[in-house]
Design a protein around this ligand. Structure first.
Ligand SMILES: Cc1ncc(COP(=O)(O)O)c(C=O)c1O
Length: 401
């Protein structure tokens, strides 16, 4: 069965990569960009760059307008209650570090922070370091056989001392939606704060943060076909109001004396210094592009392509999948073959996939592995990309076995 992508031509880098004999299947790391984004960046830089929120002049007014328009587009994309709930950061990592610092004063020694065994380092290390600084307990929810956070164990571990739950929506290693509604309900029953790492989840389908009911939701623009150097922190109003300011400088201040200052509330109070203006404007253009696509067609395409990937992997002897991937990606190891050797031979044949620990070392260790190969898909991939991958995989395995 062929799975063509009707959106392939919207991403000029795919054709450019093909001219370099490269097949790009590392989309969970970062994505290629639509022409709509490239045009928006060119337009901004070609027509007059200016700083935002500070200048009286016309270029400054244009830049500020475009910047704030993008904030409303992000708010709409997530169905946030109002645009003041959208804080721009430099990525998921910086948003999670902001939270771990900004919430620190709310915790007391002995309080418990709950994460899961599958978290990316970005949603592990900020909490781990916070726990060490404040003498808190970091509780790690185990996984079931399918690679989902174990709800029975969670019901035991989310308890009266739980002050915060921070979990990933879609694992970047296992490709499985996590049972967020149940987990968030357990945390809320304990009046704990809830943080959702949407770095992978936001890329697939539309997500309604109000329906989800989390306190905070974070993602990176570059994984959602947008520019890099930019992330989003959504927060419910009450949750945002409980944050301590974290970076100090221009634009975040209300009033300053030499010995004292007061600070603005969210969002600007958490966006110290010149923000990544072009990237914010570019993300707005990317969301316009994505909003114009037939969402059902995108979902059907992603599902068909993922099936194609899974069937191809399962048809080959000695391949062991990690967990039970549902969409977007699959990570695997091959019996008797070192993943670095396999990755090397795939790279030599122009296949761009990821090998290693995928920034989730403790998870890989739980599988008894130092690394795995990950193939991750985007809406511009098609079955021909996967055929090239399978051909290269067969050749590599023939050499290695
Ligand atoms: C689940 C998850 N969380 C967090 C991150 C960190 O994102 P960034 O490097 O864009 O800050 C990633 C990136 O791979 C991820 O997959």
């Amino acid at each position: 069965m062929l799975v063509p992508s009707p959106w392939r031509a919207d991403f000029p880098a795919i054709a450019a990569l093909q001219r370099q004999d490269q097949t790009y299947l590392d989309n969970a790391a970062t994505t290629q960009k639509p022409q709509a984004l490239i045009d928006a960046l060119t337009h901004y830089y070609a027509n007059g760059a200016a700083n935002v929120h500070r200048a009286q002049h016309l270029p400054g007014a244009h830049a500020t307008q475009a910047f704030e328009d993008s904030r409303s587009k992000v708010a709409q994309w997530l169905n946030a209650g109002d645009i003041g709930q959208i804080v721009f950061t430099h990525g998921t990592t910086s948003a999670l570090n902001l939270l771990a610092y900004g919430l620190e004063h709310q915790f007391n020694p002995g309080d418990e922070l709950v994460i899961s065994a599958l978290e990316h380092h970005a949603n592990l290390l900020p909490w781990q370091q916070l726990a060490q600084r404040r003498d808190l307990k970091l509780v790690v929810l185990p996984l079931d056989a399918a690679g989902l956070i174990d709800l029975e164990a969670a019901a035991q571990l989310i308890g009266p001392r739980t002050r915060l739950l921070a979990v990933s929506q879609l694992s970047n290693v296992l490709g499985a939606w996590q049972p967020l509604p149940q987990l968030l309900a357990m945390a809320k029953a304990r009046q704990a704060l809830t943080v959702v790492d949407g770095a992978q989840g936001v890329v697939h389908g539309r997500h309604d943060v109000q329906a989800l009911g989390c306190d905070f939701y974070v993602f990176s623009s570059h994984k959602l076909y947008g520019p890099d150097g930019l992330g989003v922190l959504y927060g419910r109003n009450a949750a945002l109001q409980g944050l301590r300011h974290w970076q100090f400088g221009g634009e975040m201040v209300q009033d300053a004396e030499y010995q004292h200052a007061t600070f603005r509330p969210a969002p600007l109070g958490y966006e110290a210094g010149t923000p990544p203006i072009a990237s914010v404007i570019g993300l707005g253009a990317t969301l316009d592009y994505l909003a114009g696509l037939d969402q059902d067609a995108v979902a059907a395409h992603e599902a068909a392509l993922h099936d194609y990937l899974l069937h191809g992997l399962q048809a080959r002897k000695g391949i062991r999948l990690l967990g039970a991937p549902q969409l977007a990606l699959a990570s695997f190891v091959v019996d008797g073959v070192h993943n670095a050797d396999l990755a090397h031979l795939l790279t030599e044949q122009g296949i761009a996939v990821r090998a290693g620990h995928h920034c989730a070392m403790p998870l890989l260790k739980r599988f008894g592995l130092a690394g795995a190969i990950r193939v991750s898909l985007a809406l511009y991939n098609d079955s021909a990309d996967l055929e090239r991958f399978f051909e290269a995989l067969d050749q590599a395995l023939e050499m290695l076995r």
